[in-house]
Design a protein around this ligand. Structure first.
Ligand code: SF4
Ligand code: SF4
Length: 433
């Protein structure tokens, strides 16, 4: 694609990067076929190619974002299916990230939209606030239908519906410390605690620690780590996202200095995609560029890390048929497609893959709150495809997908690592009785 940026515009490294990306796009439109919003809405402006044109126009003309571009960029799930499909290697992720920062800096959103985004950014990344908010949401749930009648309040209705009926107790694996390897130590990893996941489903990291330590891996929960920053990053709040990234880079760099670290294990693929991008996000910060690149190189999804280990025979072969839902951040963001299915099959599960596996379930961070209608259509489509497999449960590697699919599916939805932990001698995941 030909671009027309001025030399002065190209002095900005962010514009320079976007220009490089834009020039790779050959307008072929292959990406439209796998874009969930294009498939759902049928509008070219809700396709990757359409959004690329809108972004190009906005950046080239150096103009503030307007309602039209904000509408179509807000509808993008950042699922990155377009990047998997694109034959020209267009890095849509970095382009849309830049566009979101530009929107955040130049567009004044309507009051309720600003308020909702502000609440999400102030609550979700902080486990204590999130836990308190979930408890409050239980009281507010009866009002969800009332909120639904006012368009600007629909996100609050979606929030209330997504809140679980009970909030699990805090887990020891969410506190800083070290979990020793059982028997001879074969490796040492740090684990990301994260923000929303330990509140909604502490059992995921508990199962990870239980499995890894049984396999001879010491698991460290570093002091000072926090939210990966994905949530604010996808809102275009660059400074907040970079502050989270720096905090985590500091925490893990200290840990790297305390002894060798084989990997930074991540059990939520949405966070994994962002952490693997820290090297890029902090490339312009001389104090952090190198450390961030080292952290990104060490970041591994838990299944990616498990696949590098010499696993014993499973303690039991459950024989259950599992529909494996590959989160977008897993398959498109991190290109991890084979390892989770291979590990499940090796552990004795019969793995089925739902049709249209490339399409997003509609969770996408806070998308199911901010865009509840499109999100619900994608969720229902995903659940139909999952249920058509005839499986007796769903396995996936991202807390957002678990919450989203479980809100409509009749089958239990379980994190992949909990099934693996069970097969290799751990506890049976709750809900499989
Ligand atoms: S990230 Fe997903 S929703 Fe956004 S343009 Fe690409 S395929 Fe479409
Ligand atoms: S598939 Fe790639 S090159 Fe083709 S229109 Fe989409 S982004 Fe551009």
């Amino acid at each position: 694609m030909q671009t027309n940026f001025t030399t002065a515009q190209l002095a900005d490294p962010h514009v320079q990067e976007s220009e490089k990306i834009l020039r790779k796009c050959v307008h072929c439109g292959f990406c439209t076929a796998t874009c969930p919003t294009y498939v759902t809405l049928g509008n070219e402006l809700d396709s990757p190619r359409g959004r690329i044109y809108l972004i190009k126009d906005m950046l080239e003309n150096g103009r503030p974002a307007d309602k039209e571009i904000v509408t179509h960029i807000d509808r993008c799930l950042s699922c990155l299916a377009c990047m998997t499909t694109c034959p020209s290697g267009v890095n849509y992720m970095h382009l849309v990230d830049h566009a979101r920062v530009h929107i955040e800096k130049t567009y004044r959103r309507p009051l309720m939209n600003r308020l909702t985004r502000g609440v999400l950014a102030a609550v979700l990344p902080y486990p204590k606030r999130f836990r308190a908010a979930l408890k409050l949401a239980r009281l507010g749930r009866p009002f969800a239908n009332v909120f639904d009648r006012v368009p600007a309040l629909k996100p609050f209705a979606a929030m209330l519906r997504l809140a679980p009926a009970t909030v699990p107790a805090q887990s020891a694996t969410a506190s800083p410390g070290s979990h020793a390897a059982q028997g001879a130590r074969l490796g040492r990893v740090a684990i990301l605690t994260g923000c929303a996941q330990p509140v909604l489903e502490p059992g995921i990291n508990e199962a990870t620690v239980s499995l890894l330590t049984r396999l001879g891996i010491e698991v460290v929960v570093p002091r000072g780590e926090g939210c990966c920053g994905a949530l604010v990053h996808h809102m275009g709040r660059e400074e907040a996202a970079l502050a989270s990234a720096r905090q985590n880079v500091d925490a893990w760099t200290r840990e790297i200095g305390n002894g060798s670290l084989d990997a930074i294990v991540i059990t939520a693929s949405g966070c994994g995609t962002t952490i693997k991008d820290y090297g890029f996000m902090l490339r312009l910060d001389p104090a952090y560029a190198e450390k961030a690149a080292r952290v990104s190189a060490l970041a591994k999804d838990v299944t990616e890390y498990l696949a590098t280990l010499d696993l014993p025979e499973p303690a039991r072969k459950p024989g259950l048929t599992v529909a494996y839902h590959s989160a977008c951040s897993m398959q498109h963001g991190q290109k991890i497609t084979r390892q989770p299915k291979d590990l499940l099959a090796r552990a004795g599960f019969v793995v089925r893959e739902p049709r249209e596996g490339h399409l997003c379930c509609g969770s996408a961070g806070t998308y199911n709150i901010m865009q509840p209608e499109i999100s619900a259509r994608l969720r229902d489509r995903k659940v139909r495809n999952i249920e058509a497999t005839g499986a007796s449960l769903v396995a996936t590697g991202n807390i957002g997908c678990i919450t989203q699919i479980a809100s409509a599916a009749k089958l239990p939805v379980v994190h992949t690592v909990k099934l693996l932990d069970w097969a290799y001698g751990g506890d049976k995941p709750a809900g499989l009785e």
